[in-house]
Design a protein around this ligand. Structure first.
Ligand code: XMP
Length: 318
């Protein structure tokens, strides 16, 4: 019978035999799959695993530094690369969702390729691909693998994609990945993280992206997500986040008329992201969250809650 411990033992043995003394490059995303893959490989080959964690500037508030610290605490050999400015430059003026995804994917590949070149004699590229990614071919969970797949036809293969591929999780499902992670002692909070798309806040800022819009959405998102955690709601929701809408609305603050941004909150129930229902969050929670956002985030004067299910809506707005 399958147990997380036996999976870890067998996989570590296999990885050792397969990889030997070679060096391996792995892109960490902060998500469950790439983290569990990294810890498994680290168990097998130690310092020969070289992890790269790219900040695309579209992560959640403080996520880059918090997660990087967490990885270092786990003993992983990880290089954090802050490429926020490169991503924002490439995105300037783009507002069409697929154009934004392409731009983000392209910069990610360039940055990752530059970094991979600095790891001399690397022979393998490790990925956190899990079984549903293998059968659907498009990851719903974000991370480098999804980004790479949809963009590898742009102008020839980058060098890191010529490496041999090792995917220790390709035969198991998400719940098994979480159990494997837990059996290796990975932090519960990290293992319970909601899925987050590879293009990050880039597809939650509708229309064009600026540094100021990213900052506003990070603040709003942090208030919403922390509120879910503080009220014991985070684990009851499959995925949640905030969306910055490309409209201004009129409001009133003291004696002043305001004309500021509208944000939407979204929280869904799902098992695989293919279908989803909006979550019936308590009115009291929504009320408090809305007040907190409007009172604390400059530039936002209205909050709405998305009550659309998938299909026919999608989870993301772009
Ligand atoms: P939708 O919006 O299609 O989202 O209902 C389903 C799941 O996929 C995630 N998603 C993405 N993940 N790159 C990713 O890595 C993307 O471009 C992307 N678009 C959507 C979304 O967050 C949800 O979990």
């Amino acid at each position: 019978t399958w147990t997380p411990d036996s999976f870890v033992d067998e996989t570590v043995t296999e990885l050792k035999a397969k990889i030997g003394d070679d060096k391996v490059v792995l892109g960490l995303s902060g998500g469950v799959d790439s983290t569990v893959a990294a810890v498994l490989l680290h168990k097998a080959i130690g310092a020969n695993l070289h992890c790269i964690f790219v900040n695309n500037g579209l992560l959640r508030k403080n996520e880059f530094s918090d997660v990087l610290k967490q990885y270092e605490g786990m003993g992983l050999n990880v290089k954090g690369v802050d490429a926020s400015a490169r991503f924002l430059d490439e995105l300037a003026g783009l507002s069409e969702p697929e154009a934004k995804r392409k731009a983000i994917g392209k910069v990610f590949i360039d940055v990752f390729d530059d970094e991979a070149h600095q790891i001399e004699d690397a022979k393998w590229l490790a990925q956190g691909t899990i079984y549903p990614d293998v059968i659907e071919s498009v990851s719903v969970n974000g991370g480098p693998s999804a980004t790479i797949k949809s963009h590898h036809n742009v102008g020839g293969l980058p060098d890191f994609m010529k490496l041999k591929v090792v995917e220790p999780l390709r035969m198991i499902f998400k719940d098994e990945v979480r159990r494997v992670g837990a059996s290796m002692g990975i932090d519960k909070e990290l293992l319970g993280r909601h899925p987050f798309p590879g293009p990050g806040l880039g597809i939650r800022i509708l229309g064009d992206i600026t540094a100021e819009k990213v900052r506003i959405l990070q603040e709003v998102d942090a208030i919403f997500i922390n509120g879910l955690k503080e009220n014991g709601l985070y684990d009851k929701v499959w995925q949640a986040g905030a969306i910055l809408l490309p409209v201004n609305s009129v409001g009133v603050m003291g004696d002043e008329r305001t004309y500021e941004k509208v944000v939407a909150l979204r929280a869904v129930e799902s098992t695989d992201g293919m279908t989803a229902d909006w979550v019936n969050l308590p009115y009291e929670f929504l009320q408090k969250t809305s007040n907190k956002i409007i009172n604390n985030v400059k530039g936002v004067n209205r909050v709405v809650y998305d009550i659309s299910s998938k299909p026919p809506a999608t989870i993301e707005w772009e």
